[in-house]
Design a binder for this molecule. Structure first.
Ligand code: NAP
Length: 307
């Protein structure tokens, strides 16, 4: 099968770090166009919006949307209106209602919609799921702590009213919602807001998964080594996922899970969904974030600055 012509919308950090290099190696897709207000990747024609792109390049069949969550609704409407298959970066949207609208719109348009969760494609997740089968989970601890200054340099959108530290935190939620078989209910949340910002910089969550306690700590102000770790205690050993679930250990001993990156898997899955005429839209991690805002106690902490 020949590669499907695909466009990228929003040529920022993640588009340049992951999508462009992954598409360059993909046998399923060929990157042929960019929708950008700034600069397209080298050698790729740039268009200010999807309408202009489709007028000039009607051969485009799919689009990956890599803009910040706020403002995606209009892009998704345009893309589906032109009959494109759509993949979106996490988190899926600015609000739950918008994200739910995507599912309806894609079904009406009869096109594939993939609300991607890149951390679910991390190398350790499928082996962890296999290892957990048949074991009884007793306790889960998540520590997901990174420096916003490094991962979102100068990105003011991340501090607009919105999910703040849950932007990385939702990656951990996307992994545990895949691994825990009985679903998750949020019981308590503590959200810490910098005095000069409208989004939380840290959060602690208490969740329950059919009687199993799940404790979660998110921090966007972690200097030095970064921590993306999930510990799952079972009746037969301790499973540890580190480095964003790209590494796995059992009782402290490393397990070889290979080293394939997340994005080749994501694009393979998108190609498979298109071939099968299906969509993949699981909003469970996003719903838990919304629950944290519904239930969370709020504390104002010291102002944030980028230095
Ligand atoms: P970014 O560097 O700020 O890039 C976002 C791009 O979206 C901008 O370059 C711009 O594209 C376009 N855009 C459209 N409306 C915008 C607006 N109102 N404000 C800012 N940019 C706007 O962001 P990013 O880090 O790539 O993140 C984009 C999405 O990917 C987010 O949902 C994020 O959660 C997700 N993500 C990020 C990372 C990461 O490590 N940074 C990792 C995984 C997923 P043009 O310049 O082409 O006009």
């Amino acid at each position: 099968m020949s590669a499907l012509p695909i466009a990228l919308a929003g040529i920022g950090k993640i588009a340049r770090d992951q999508h462009v290099p992954t598409l360059a190696e993909s046998g399923d897709f060929e990157l042929v166009a960019a929708v950008t207000g700034h600069e397209a990747p080298q050698g790729i024609p740039a268009f200010p919006d999807i309408d202009a792109m489709m007028a000039a390049m009607p051969q485009v069949k799919a689009i990956a949307i890599c803009t910040p969550p706020r403002g995606r609704l209009a892009l998704v409407e345009q893309a589906l209106g032109h009959g494109l298959h759509v993949m979106i970066e996490k988190p899926p949207a600015a609000t739950l209602s918008e994200a739910e609208a995507f599912a309806r719109m894609a079904a009406e348009a009869g096109r594939t919609f993939f609300a991607s969760w890149h951390s679910r494609a991390a190398a350790g997740v499928a082996p962890a799921l296999d290892w957990l089968r048949g074991r009884t989970i007793r306790n889960v601890t998540v520590n997901w702590k990174e420096d916003v200054r490094f991962w979102h340099p100068g990105q003011e959108w991340i501090w607009e009213p919105g999910i703040g530290v849950f932007d990385p935190g939702i990656n951990a939620l996307s992994v545990i919602t895949r691994l825990l078989p009985h679903g998750l209910i949020l019981e308590e949340a503590d959200l810490r807001f910098p005095a000069n910002r409208q989004a939380p910089i840290a959060a602690d969550l208490h969740l329950d998964s059919a009687g199993v306690p799940v404790r979660v700590a998110f921090d966007f102000d972690q200097r030095g080594p970064q921590t993306w770790m999930i510990d799952i205690e079972t009746d037969h050993g301790l499973l540890t996922l580190t480095d964003g679930a790209s590494r796995m250990a059992v009782d402290g001993a490393a397990v070889d899970v290979g080293n394939e990156g997340e994005y080749p898997r994501l694009y393979r899955h998108f190609a498979q969904l298109i071939a099968a005429g299906r969509s993949d839209i699981d909003l469970t991690p996003f719903r838990l974030v919304a629950d944290a805002f519904l239930l969370g106690r709020r504390t104002v902490v010291e102002p944030f600055d980028w230095i």
